[in-house]
Each structure stands twice: as C-alpha cells, then as structure tokens.
Design a protein around this ligand. Sequence first.
Ligand code: NAD
Length: 255
Amino acid sequence: RLDGKTALVTGSTSGIGLGIARKLAAAGAQLILNGFGDSDAAQAEVARFGGQVGFHPADLAHPEQIAELFAYAARDFAGVDILVNNAGIQHVAPVEEFPPERWDAIIAVNLSAVFHATRLALPGMRQRGWGRIINIASVHGLVGSSQKAAYVAAKHGVVGLTKVVALETATTDITCNALCPGWVLTPLVQQQIDERARADGDVQRARHDLLAEKQPSLEFVTPEQLGELALFLCSDAGRQVRGAAWNMDGGWAAQ
Ligand code: NAD
C-alpha cells in the first residue's frame, strides 16, 4: 500500500499518465495531476479512490513552471515521494523536413523536463529516505523508427538519464527506472492512426497496420498494465530494480 505517499504524475489528464495515477490512487497514494487536458474530469476520476487529489497546470517546456509545480507540491502535499515523468509529445517527419521548433519542444518536454523534475524531487526524497522515480520512456528509448528523430533521441536520452540517477541513488531507498511501452491506444497514438487513415481512408485498417508493423502481439498495451508495473516498482519487491529500461511492448523490441 502507498498510504501516506504523494505521487506526482506529469501529463496525467489523459492516456498512460491518467492510467498510472488511477492505479497509484487505488493503492492509497495522494495524487498531484498535471497536463493540458480536462483537469476537472481527471481529478474527479482519481478522487473516486478517496485520497487527496491536486492539480497543477505547469507547462513542462518551461523549467520555471516545473519549479512552481514543485513549490505547490511542497506547500499543499509536503513533497513528492513518487515521481512519474510521463508527459510527452510527438512529431512525425523525416529529419531534413523536421521543423527545428518541434525538435526543441520535444527535447524540452520529453527529456529536459525529466531532468528538471528529477533534480527538484531528489532533495525531498533523500530527506525522507524513500523515493521512486519512474520515467515513461518508450520502446523508442531502445530502438529507432524512421520519421521520429526528436522523439527517439529524447527517449534514448531518458533511458541514459535514468541509469545515472539510479547510480547516484544506489545506496538509498530511492530507485529510478524507465518503462518502455510499445503502442498504447491513447490520444497521442490516435493522432498517428488518424494521419494514416487520412492517407488510405480506413481507420480500422490504419490501426491494424500500425500494430502489424511493429508489435508482434497485435494488441495494444494498456495504461492499466503500465500502472500495475509502476505499482510493482513502488513496492518493496521492486527495491533492487535500479536503472532498468523495462519494456512492455507486445514483443516489439524482441525482433
Ligand atoms: P497523451 O497525449 O494521452 O498524454 C500526454 C499528456 O502529457 C497529456 O496529459 C498532455 O496534456 C500532457 N502534456 C503534453 N505536453 C505537456 C507540457 N508541455 N506540459 C505538461 N503536460 C503536457 O499521450 P500518452 O500516449 O499517454 O503519452 C504519455 C507518455 O507515454 C509520453 O511520454 C509518451 O511518449 C509515452 N509513450 C506513449 C506510447 C503510446 O503508444 N501511447 C508508447 C510509448 C511511450
């Protein structure tokens, strides 16, 4: 159980973040949500489990807003015990056509924000002698795909940062790990399915082709399954899992 612990899940108004927030709340944690989606709906969903739920609208592309998010956590929740760095964005284009401003935005949100949140979370975790940092990387932290230069670079960066933080906390009860999901059917992926469907006119086929290209199980990973893995990492049994890049990808990276 996670009673008495506070979890901050970035980008938790939809998709994987909201799924993980739900699982942590069900296990007794207090939750701080964040993101650009419907915050009232997300808060209501997580509040059903009975614990305290807060929300902060920080735009993680801006380090000063990440600092405001942590000030809010310190003021209203006495700090962050479980940090789930989940917020992420995507842009699909070949390198030579990749808009430099999209590159900068993806590196800021998918990689630099993980560094800033981690550096702001660690002092409190060290003080309290316990912490869990779970970075939602991607199977694209382990392998590449064409047209995803910024995303793949950022996610490989997250896997590297995860290892360094794990080493720097190795003799403490703070762990840092990365989860590397394959396709999960969230708004981020629905966008890519819709783009494919625009090209060939059929959403069902676009969804099947997307899976068939990369994910041998031909099934999507679910936010609930990722939430269960996050819960395991928060448990005592997860204490010696350190610096891992743990894929849950329907077999994608086994190929
Ligand atoms: P999503 O679009 O449903 O959720 C992303 C969340 O991040 C939303 O709440 C959004 O509002 C928030 N967000 C975006 N930019 C932000 C910013 N600048 N500041 C604060 N919040 C911001 O997407 P998702 O699929 O649930 O993705 C969550 C994470 O999982 C991402 O890091 C993504 O790269 C990773 N991931 C997703 C998949 C997948 O197949 N969906 C696979 C592997 C990894």
